[in-house]
Ligand binder design. Sequence first.
Ligand SMILES: O=C(O)CCC(=O)C(=O)O
Length: 273
Amino acid sequence: MRASISAADSAFYREQGYFIFRQILPASLITDLRRTATKALELARKLNGPQAQRLQGLDQHAEIGLAPLEAFMKLPALVEGVHALLSPRHRIAAPGNMSFLFEPAEQCWATEWHRDWRDHLSPAHFAEAFDGGWEPIASDPNLFNQINCALYDDPCTWFVPGTNRRLDDTPGEAAAAKRAGRADVENKDHRRTEAEQEIFLNNYCGEMPGAISLRLQAGDLALYRSVAWHTGSYVPYRRRATLHCSASTPEYEKFWKRTAGIVERKLPASVGS
Ligand SMILES: O=C(O)CCC(=O)C(=O)O
């Protein structure tokens, strides 16, 4: 369990928009969370089919066993690490705002490159949610600090460091993001074989200028700005159970409450838990 945060680490997060806490979970908590995640995966596939990416709102599913999630929220190394990296006002979201992210059962697929919120709202809903303007709200350090904590080795998340500070896009980024649409990343018409699709997705992710894969090992935790460019790419042959939540603040809770109607109407389930 390691989380000693320096001023340089905080500066790195501010500049690059991500930080990886290596081996933050003790082995016993990995074991307990894996047990919960296995039950959550079964339930996710029962509810949403074999390609289910997640189970969210974990407090609604007490049968999976929520005690390890409570232990995660209160893990001293994590609480202290988040306080040191962000501020003492940031806290780990409660199980109601946690999800597990899983591998698909049948086919590889990816989400499209996106910046959370901006790329999921119609212009009218966007204007309602970002009534103070995209840049001032998206750059607020109290908002949009997302967590992925890997229970198995997880190279699925791709991220473009520094795009948390530059909230407009370069022509190269815009072109790379447009290189594939939803039907392409999900191989909806089965135009490509599984192996072809996997190569297609590796290229789609890797060709975004500046993109890196946030390679997590079991027990590592990535904190990242979800308003920066990111995506996830998944294959059925690599097990994934990654706890997904946020480092929240009273301001972030207020933002969610203010935008709740918009979220229900417009955001896909994949966003913002
Ligand atoms: O799977 C991931 O790590 C990223 C997920 C994501 O960005 C999304 O679902 O919108």
